[in-house]
Design a protein around this ligand. Structure first.
Ligand SMILES: Nc1ncnc2c1ncn2[C@@H]1O[C@H](COP(=O)(O)OP(=O)(O)O)[C@@H](O)[C@H]1O
Ligand SMILES: [Mg+2]
Length: 398
């Protein structure tokens, strides 16, 4: 089983601005493109599918304000179709990856049909992948798509709103092997980091929970890193020292009472008393949240970072790229960015350029072929970000 770099490919159609996109991933990938080109939409394919597995389909749709906020509003699309290919189950390999498809179709107003298909290797060696298909509340298993007509019905779900993947993960291991559970674990633990700086500034209730997606427990997650993984904490402080002039150290304060809360403070040269995170700059708090995730010694298999450059100085971007690349040995990293400075630090295989068809509004991802990008970069003195900003790679407003 491959531990890192599990996600291989995502396809999406009928999802917001995504109308037939097909994206291949390496250990570290950055979506680069102008505002509105569909970077976040692509990242949200993963968080949406994660939420259907974590909670259930109905709830994942409701969290986004309803099906009309998911379905592509072009007057034609009726169906959302999302596929995630990854190497996560015991017998999966690059040649026989696990493949999960989720389709949602509005048949009548307010009535959404859900179809899920999971293909995975049940046993090692040659042979077809096991297929599990859930349509509405009916689940069937079979040996492969070619035998779909002879599927043997064996289970009903409680309703057609629930996630078949979530249900399979809890049941039937004897019959289905660990594939569904492995895939569920991979999907449901995806970290989609989009810090809310105002929340991250506040004191946090002390706990050993991992950093939340919105970084609202930043103080507590940092404290846990300090206590349990001092090497990682020291490395994080060295990163901060590279990015923040005058930074000396992070310190913790405790707010007492029955429910103990933690505050983070920054000790800076020339400042007599340490600065509470509530008084630190926006970029400092955001940087701290990202670095806390990147120094997490036990991260989930996939970490997604929204607008990684937001609020950060170019020096900090250089440090972040280094840290993302290093962290990608423990957790696959996918980020979104607008910043040519950040892109300058990337290798061609790490860049996925995004563009948008000005007529149809459909995202074009990737908008430039990776191999061509490599050839082009070899031929020029320009760095990748400069080349992109010049317009030579697409993915800039016309
Ligand atoms: N349901 C939808 N149908 C069609 N297009 C949508 C839908 N929802 C959002 N969009 C388009 O997606 C764009 C936002 O894409 P997004 O991925 O957030 O951009 P960015 O690349 O800046 O992250 C919006 O400008 C809008 O045009
Ligand atoms: Mg965005």
């Amino acid at each position: 089983m491959c531990m890192v770099n599990a996600l291989k490919r995502v396809t999406a159609s009928g999802f917001r601005s995504l109308n037939k996109v097909d994206v291949v991933f390496g250990p570290f990938s950055v979506f680069v493109g102008p505002n509105g080109s569909g970077k976040s939409n692509l990242l949200q394919v993963l968080s949406f599918v994660r939420d259907t597995a974590r909670f259930d389909t109905g709830q994942a749709i409701a969290l986004r304000g309803g099906f009309q906020h998911i379905l592509r509003q072009d007057g034609r699309s009726r169906k959302v179709s999302l596929t995630i290919e990854a190497v996560v189950s015991d017998h999966a390999s690059a040649k026989a990856s696990d493949r999960y498809t989720l389709e949602l179709e509005e048949t009548k107003p307010g009535d959404i049909d859900r179809t899920e298909v999971l293909l995975y290797k049940r046993v090692s060696g040659q042979g077809r992948r096991q297929k599990i298909q859930a349509k509405g509340s009916e689940v069937s298993i079979g040996e492969g798509p070619q035998r779909a007509g002879t599927l043997d019905q064996f289970l009903s779900l409680a309703s057609d709103d629930v996630s078949a993947l979530g249900t399979m993960a809890r049941l039937n291991e004897e019959r289905l092997g660990s594939g569904p559970r492995d895939f569920f674990d991979f999907l449901s633990t995806v970290r989609y980091l989009d810090p809310i700086v105002e929340a991250a500034r506040r004191p946090a209730r002390m706990s050993n929970a991992a950093l939340h997606d919105d970084a609202s427990n930043l103080a507590s997650a940092l404290r846990a890193l300090h206590e349990d993984h001092p090497d990682g904490f020291d490395a994080l402080q060295r990163d901060l020292a590279q990015c923040l002039p005058g930074f000396e150290a992070l310190e913790f304060g405790v707010i007492g009472g029955a429910a103990t809360s933690i505050v983070v403070q920054l000790r800076e040269k020339g400042v007599m008393s340490p600065i509470d995170l509530s008084d630190a700059s926006f970029g400092t708090v955001r940087l701290l949240a990202l670095l806390t995730a990147l120094h997490d010694p036990l991260p989930p298999r996939l970490t997604i970072i929204e607008e990684v450059d937001h609020g950060l100085h170019p020096y900090a971007l250089d440090v972040l790229v280094e840290r993302m690349r290093e962290a990608s040995e423990r957790t696959q990293i996918i980020a979104g960015s607008h910043s040519p400075t950040l892109v300058n630090q990337l290798h061609p295989g790490e860049i996925i350029i995004c563009d948008r068809d000005p007529e149809t509004g459909a995202s074009i991802i990737p908008a430039y072929d990776r191999d061509r990008l490599k050839i082009l970069l070899d031929k020029t003195d320009l760095k990748a970000g400069e080349l992109w900003f010049s317009g030579a790679l697409n993915g800039v407003p016309k």
